[in-house]
Design a binder for this molecule. Sequence first.
Ligand SMILES: NC(=O)c1ccc[n+]([C@@H]2O[C@H](COP(=O)([O-])OP(=O)(O)OC[C@H]3O[C@@H](n4cnc5c(N)ncnc54)[C@H](O)[C@@H]3O)[C@@H](O)[C@H]2O)c1
Length: 253
Amino acid sequence: MSRANVVFVTGGASGIGRAVAKRLASEGASVVVADRDVKNGEETCESIALTGGRSIFQEIDVRDRSSIRNAADYTTERLGGITGLVNCAGLVTMTSLADLSEDEWDLVLDVNLKGTWLVTQEVAHDIKKSGGGSVVNISTIEAEVVVSSAGYCQVHYNASKGGVKMLTKALAVELAKSSIRVNAVAPGPIATDFVSLQGITSPETLEALKDRLLIPRIGQPEDIASAVSFLLSDESSWITGVHLPVDGGWLTR
Ligand SMILES: NC(=O)c1ccc[n+]([C@@H]2O[C@H](COP(=O)([O-])OP(=O)(O)OC[C@H]3O[C@@H](n4cnc5c(N)ncnc54)[C@H](O)[C@@H]3O)[C@@H](O)[C@H]2O)c1
């Protein structure tokens, strides 16, 4: 199996992005951990180094084109041409419609949706120069259904990730001529800081979540890393434009 071997991972400082970075490095990829969180980003690289893997940290804000460009240029210089991209940086604020401010709307849409577009626009240019490759966007089941995780839904989050779903398809069409496949993974509830942020870590809520799932456990970041690894690899060479739920069966009923 050949693999996208220089992979740019946004949001690689923690949670799902960190698990993706570690998984890809363990499979022999050179990984760029690209995140705004310097301390945790460097920690990801240190843990990769401890297992003999190769990675570099690059400080970026996915809303800032010049930080992305600088990181991509530095990557090419240090590791060679980029062949894979994982758009994992994302956030949510737990705010009901009535209380949602324009600033919060802009923050969540800018990081989750605009950031995914901006990073892909910059890095696709490098992947094309490398002769093609694969892009994986981290979406959510909440691009398909509304989940009221705090007793109310988060309309700005649903809107941002619904946008990521269609952005994935549009990018797959647009980038096919450059031999770049574009897919998305849509996680169900995964045990990261993101989940505790959503206030769903009480024993009662965790039990209720397990009842909702066909595979009765909360997902782990490694469950998502497996799917990302597959979609980056040549094992998925005839798959593009899909929005793949990795959700323990959440969307099945
Ligand atoms: N945890 C879940 O249950 C879950 C479920 C579905 C989808 N997701 C998605 O998975 C992705 C990763 O979430 P996670 O659970 O690992 O959360 P996390 O908070 O652990 O990781 C998010 C990472 O994104 C980085 N980030 C945020 N804003 C950034 C910016 N402007 N520029 C650069 N980096 C930035 C953070 O520093 C952090 O390292 C998100 O896109 C999220 O929407 C998570």
